[in-house]
Design a protein. Structure first.
Length: 454
């Protein structure tokens, strides 16, 4: 097997995994936010001119859109998180700037060799930076309409970072036709259908009813299975099926029996799929990440959906059906995906919450949001003996009726410590992820806290 073919094959693996994630609804294009810098991996020899069927990998070619969010430098060891977005085909059909129909985070921890997927409902009511509260699926549209730096993907990334309090580094767009072609090239995907479900392939309008059990689906039916909503669990059930398709693509490609066929077809498949893929990653970067994927065992990949137990159904001021997050439940689901040892984090089961807080070494600002003089200082004196890293005592930006915790960096144990130590019932926690912030957490003390600490 020659070197170029091996590299193309590995690139094909990562493209396949991404494509599997993006099999949502009637998609014209699918967008996700990536940022990955060179990972450790086999270097690519660019000293020779490209031969027919080969690719010069130091040039991003048609992959990189001109307004793509700027990629950040990655140290090769830190967790990498990718936002995957599916655009609403109904908007394309009507000639409007599209909203996102689906959002999913993919995250990989190179050190622990673990990965996770987290699906975010499109009707989640969140703060979109610069636009006040709206459904999360509007973030992409607003960014495109107002031609913001990074466009729709950039604003969507910023919105998700603030909502979940985790950094998101990267981005990709793929045409749904590339997904269908991929599935067909690998001979379909094996899906365990949990119950009878009727699907309809795009274009031919022929319904197919799948019976419970294991089936092998070609590309058009795999896409239909991933996108169907009516009578199949609606958006929450669809998110679970999309993740199921992702894992099926992974399993199919990593099947040793597929390798001879994929090796033979690698250059042609790559050339065909690349026309339907746009990303701010170079081929080198995709290849380097791909080397890591086969090292992650299936039982080390966590799949979660922000589901009905983490949201409340409601109505927006203008009468739209929306989902309101239950903060504690959303954080629990997030931490299951974004820690290496489960919902309480790596090796944290049974550990003292104070020790976990101290290990995070979060920089904390205590801010007086009341008219009670000296409340910030008095509160710091209560918390510092436990080892809380209070770096600032100051006044808040206004008067707060209820104590509010603003989170600028992923410090879940410190947040939990503060809630328990201060006895905050129905704690108000606002995620404002900002890697450049001078503190990780700011606690704006409210009148409720002043009343308990006269």
């Amino acid at each position: 097997m020659d070197r170029v073919t091996v590299i193309l094959l590995v690139a094909f693996v990562i493209v396949a995994i991404i494509a599997g994630v993006l099999a949502f609804n009637f998609f014209r294009g699918l967008v996700s936010s990536w940022t990955i810098t060179p990972l450790g991996g086999a270097p690519v020899d660019n000293g020779q001119a490209a031969q027919p069927g080969s690719v010069v990998t130091d040039s991003p070619g048609g992959f990189v859109p001109s307004n793509a969010p700027t990629a950040e430098v990655w140290d090769g060891n830190s967790r990498v998180t990718i936002l995957v977005m599916g655009l609403d085909y109904r908007d394309w059909e009507s000639g409007e700037v599209p909203r996102t129909d689906t959002m999913m985070l993919l995250t990989i921890d190179p050190l622990s060799r673990t990965a996770g997927m987290l699906s975010i409902p499109r009707d989640m009511w969140v703060n979109i930076p610069g636009y006040d509260y709206s459904k999360i699926n509007n973030a992409y549209r607003f960014g495109e309409l107002d031609k913001l730096p990074g466009g729709g993907p950039g604003l969507a990334i910023e919105t998700v970072e603030e909502f979940l309090g985790v950094p998101v580094q990267y981005y990709v767009q793929i045409d749904f036709q590339a997904f269908v072609k991929l599935i067909d090239e690998i001979g379909g995907v094996k899906i365990d259908v949990p119950y009878e479900i009727t699907i309809e392939a795009i274009g031919d309008f022929n319904e197919v009813t799948l019976q419970p059990g294991r089936v092998t689906l070609p590309g058009d039916l795999a896409l239909a299975y991933a996108r169907v909503r009516k009578g199949a669990g609606d958006d929450f059930g669809r998110a679970e099926r999309q993740q199921q398709v992702v894992m099926a693509v992974r399993d199919r490609i990593l099947d040793f029996n597929q390798l001879p066929t994929l090796i033979a077809k690698a250059p042609a498949i790559y050339n065909e799929l690349s026309s339907g893929i746009h990303t701010n990653m170079t081929l080198d970067q995709i290849i380097q990440l791909a080397w890591l994927m086969p090292q992650i065992q299936k039982d080390h990949i966590i799949s979660r959906v922000i589901g009905t137990d983490a949201v409340e159904f409601g109505t927006s001021p203008d009468g739209q059906d929306i989902l309101r997050a239950i903060p504690d439940q959303v954080r629990l689901v997030r931490d299951e995906v974004f820690t290496s040892g489960g919902p309480v984090g790596p090796a944290a089961v049974g550990e003292n919450p104070v020790e976990l807080m101290k290990a995070e070494a979060a920089r904390v600002s205590i801010q007086n949001g009341t008219l009670t003089v000296g409340l910030a200082s008095k509160t710091s004196e209560l918390l510092k003996p436990d080892g809380l890293n209070v770096v600032e005592e100051t006044n808040a930006d206004g008067v707060y009726e209820f104590t509010t915790i603003f989170v600028y960096g992923p410090k879940p144990y410190t947040v939990q410590y503060l809630i328990e130590k201060m006895g905050l019932e129905n704690a108000r926690v606002v995620n404002r992820y900002d890697p450049n912030a001078v503190v990780d957490i700011a606690v704006a003390l409210g009148n409720d806290w002043a009343a308990k600490n006269p």
